[in-house]
Design a binder for this molecule. Structure first.
Ligand code: OGA
Ligand code: NI
Length: 358
């Protein structure tokens, strides 16, 4: 019996995947009920009902030249990184026109010619440009109501002609700004840890960048599924651009808290590998995106991590941050092994970090 059920599920998933039109294709076809494989099991209840949380907004204006402003930004960063794992930044150097055009470019791609979109649809993770619906479709217990478009922008970006014309120009411009902002954030975070400002850059935290654009179509039964199920990010740091729809929530003190969009601000969250190397000083916090009957919602998550797993560098708790009172909590691991484990699980609601605890 169990085998028959499992077989049917794979067949259904395969048929859906073969359409290469993702969730957007279902919505365009006018469905009013979501397919069963999108239905999530009931969530583990939290002790408190959802709330809105103020996520600190850090002003990066003048931090390069003004020691006072830099110290204040770092002070706020330490506070947010030790507790929420999330903060926002303004005056981050990326013009508003670039942010808005990036969101528009993503919309043009997902709402553009279906045949063009299909040409980019793949599960081949050796590619630098990937369009698909749920990277873990065949592994996760339930699928999420969203489509995604990935572009590996560092260390070796794709050739411009490999990127869809709908967002070709803007994605290169946007990624250049994001790389610069990433370097600044890693400098400030290094100082926030009491290390020299180049520390995190020197261990190649900013070397790899994957720009993942998400398209969350409106959902006819939003209470049954998620746009993005609960997870923490398997990287060093994520810079997130979100449009005005909202839906992002973070888990703080056993309570799901909304992160309302602030136009022009970018959301920053620390990833699992940063928590590992900081020996739990900085937190990689679980978050999710709820589904809504309105939409589409567009977000662009920029993940700092090497992606094609070329490096054999080992990451473990930074020696300067450990002592006899604070012994290392994690084993050393390569990014490749960390991510292989994360991907093999899919988004199943369990932390991948625990697996690497000593
Ligand atoms: C992610 C993520 C949040 C969002 O891609 O890991 O958490 O708002 N995205 O799309
Ligand atoms: Ni995430």
């Amino acid at each position: 019996m169990a085998t028959t059920v499992a077989y049917d599920r794979v067949t259904v998933l395969k048929a859906f995947d073969d359409t290469k039109t993702g969730v957007k294709g279902l919505v365009d076809a006018g469905i009013t009920k979501i397919p069963p494989f999108f239905v999530h099991p009931p969530e583990k209840p939290t002790s408190k009902p959802p709330a809105t949380l103020h996520i600190p907004i850090i002003d990066l204006d003048g931090v390069a030249a003004d020691a006072g402003k830099r110290a204040e930004a770092i002070r706020m960063m330490v506070g947010a990184s030790e507790t929420l794992g999330f903060f926002q930044v303004v005056n981050h150097g990326i013009p508003l026109t670039v942010l808005d055009e990036m969101v528009e470019g993503v919309k043009r791609f997902f709402e553009g010619d279906v045949e063009v979109k299909k040409a980019y649809y793949t599960r081949d993770t050796s590619k630098k440009v990937i369009h698909n619906c749920n990277f873990d479709l065949f592994r996760a217990p339930a699928a999420n109501w969203r489509d995604s478009f990935l572009c590996l922008m560092a260390p070796e970006p794709p050739l411009p002609e490999e990127v869809p014309p709908a967002c070709r120009e803007i994605i290169f411009e946007f990624a250049d700004y994001v790389k610069k902002l990433g370097l600044l954030l890693f400098e400030l975070l290094s100082e926030a840890l009491g290390l020299n400002s180049d520390y995190l850059k020197d261990i190649e935290c900013a070397k790899g960048l994957n720009v993942v654009s998400h398209y969350y179509p409106p959902c006819p039964e939003p209470e049954l599924t998620f746009g993005n199920g609960r997870h923490s990010d398997p990287d060093f740091l994520t810079i997130l651009l979100q449009d005005q729809i909202g839906g992002l929530q973070i888990l703080h003190q056993d309570q799901w808290c909304d992160v309302p969009p602030t136009h022009g601000a970018l959301v920053i969250n620390l990833g699992d590998i940063l928590q590992l190397i900081t020996n739990d000083k900085f937190k990689s916090v679980e978050h999710r995106v709820i589904s809504k009957s309105v939409g589409p919602r567009i977000s662009v998550a920029c993940f700092f991590r090497t992606f094609l797993h070329t490096s054999s560098r080992l990451y473990g708790p930074i020696k300067e941050l450990t002592s006899s009172e604070k012994p290392p909590l994690y084993k050393e691991v390569t990014v490749k092994d960390y991510v292989s484990y994360f991907n093999s699980k899919g988004l199943d609601g369990e932390s991948a970090l625990d697996h690497f605890k000593i």
